[in-house]
Ligand binder design. Structure first.
Ligand code: S3P
Length: 436
């Protein structure tokens, strides 16, 4: 286990292009693996998680060639995965385990998906239910990995997601793409739509009926579709950029430019939260690639926010779910604090993120209230450097490295190597941007 010492900073200035988006990299890797032809990807995530998806694609018969950083070619299996000779190792990646289960379920083989200790603790019943309704047989142990998928021909279903989860939605759409009949899916709360854009990019047909009155939006995907390889650039990961956007809130003269950043509207609610907490964001340009928006933004301190704490709850919680640890970690330094509710899903991520944020805020001397579904953190606090624990969770390691920039004294991050799950360059980028 490696430790990083984070010293307080005077300010944060400079420009940065964060590595490719983890969510989009997973989807491109998986669909490229299934498609016919060779997909050429640039700015593929450097994080360990999407590389777990690539390794699984190789085990399933695709050919993966990694050129320099971020340039990857995947030659797909043209619709027929082979029986892997061993286990499909998903590492720390819930996205790989859940989405891949849907992608492989229509193939007439037996697949066993395993993961590390953290992944083995995460709930998998949420994918077993719809996939078994479609006709696959899925074995779990007490609702958890290992996941054994006994694949075969699937039938379409009409499914409503009981919890907001883009991974579950994706598992159903990936299975529906290859099932017999048209699968439809209704989301109680809208989640990130990278799967919808990626499927269309690879040539699939997919419809979205907009919400009307009491009727929520519905997705439908005809089965029996074939995919064709693409050339694509992965936008920068806004969830990785979140650490630096939050850091910029901590210093009156911070000035940061983020290049080639993914700004998909189902992910960009974070920018509204940053603004509400006192940031000023200028969008310098935006382009579209395969349905995904990519832009350059500048962030610095803006107007003093309203006098009440800012509340993240309901649909907004689902939209910024991965950014909540860093938002909570910097909340003590904001003018009026932050209330996070409806975030019970945070307890079943790579760690119990509510408990770990609480433990680390406490170590740094913050006052706050913990709820089963969130945290209330008053603003205007002073924190001291402390020993904090990542709990082997990448987002916790990075979140508290940012809070450490404004603490009094040094902070020691135990298990700092976890950052490499999504952002191996994090500590180098932090050193380059933080002025001491
Ligand atoms: C992801 C969806 C979210 C998110 C995860 C990535 C995805 O998980 O927390 O980091 O790429 O679809 P859930 O689907 O469990 O909400």
């Amino acid at each position: 286990m490696s430790t990083q010492i984070i010293r307080p900073a005077r300010t944060l200035q400079g420009s940065l292009a964060v590595p490719g988006d983890k969510s989009i990299s997973h989807r491109y890797a998986m669909l490229a693996g299934l498609a016919e032809g060779t997909t050429r990807l640039s700015n593929f995530s450097t994080g360990a998680d999407p590389h777990s998806s690539l390794a699984c694609m190789e085990a399933l018969g695709a050919t993966v060639v990694k050129q320099d950083a971020g340039a990857i070619e995947v030659t797909g299996v043209a619709g027929s995965f082979r029986q892997p000779s061993g286990l499909l190792d998903c590492g720390n990646s819930g996205s790989t385990m859940r989405m891949l289960s849907g992608l492989i379920a229509p193939h007439p083989h037996t697949f066993t998906l395993i993961g590390d200790h953290s992944l083995t603790l995460r709930p998998m019943e949420r994918i077993r239910k719809p996939l078994s309704e479609m006709g696959a047989k899925i074995d779990l142990t007490d609702g958890h990995a290992p996941v054994t998928v006994h694949g075969g021909p699937l039938r379409a279903i009409d499914f409503t997601t009981p919890i907001p989860s883009a991974q579950v939605k994706t598992a159903v759409l990936f299975a529906g793409l290859q099932a017999e009949g048209t699968t439809s899916l209704t989301e109680s709360i809208r989640t990130r739509d990278h799967t919808e854009h990626a499927l269309k990019a690879f040539g699939a047909t997919l419809h979205r009926t907009a919400a009307a009155g009491d009727q929520p939006a519905k997705l439908s995907i005809p089965g029996g579709q074939k995919l064709k390889a693409i050339d694509a650039t992965v936008p920068g990961d806004i969830s990785s950029a979140a650490f630096f956007l939050c850091a910029a809130l901590l210093f009156p003269d911070a000035n940061l430019v983020l290049d080639s950043l993914g700004m998909n509207p189902t992910r960009a609610a974070l920018l509204d939260v940053i603004t509400a907490l006192g940031g000023r964001i200028r969008v310098l340009n935006v382009e579209e690639h395969h349905g995904e928006l990519i832009g350059t933004i500048q962030v610095n301190r803006g107007l003093t926010p309203a006098s009440a704490p800012f509340t993240i709850s309901g649909a907004l919680t689902a939209q910024v779910i991965d950014e909540l640890p860093v938002l909570a970690a910097i909340a003590p330094f904001t003018a009026n604090g932050l209330i996070i509710r409806d975030a019970q899903e945070l307890r079943v991520k790579e760690s119990d993120r509510i408990a770990l944020v609480a433990q680390n805020l406490r170590a740094m001397g913050a006052s706050f209230t913990e709820h089963p579904d969130g945290l209330e953190v008053p603003g205007g606090q002073r924190l001291h450097g402390a020993q904090v624990d990542s709990g082997s969770d990448h987002r916790i390691a990075m979140a508290f490295s940012i809070a450490a920039l404004r603490a009094e004294g040094d902070t020691e991050i135990l298990g700092a190597e976890a950052a490499a799950i999504s952002f191996p360059e994090f500590f180098t980028s932090l050193d380059a941007l933080a002025h001491r």
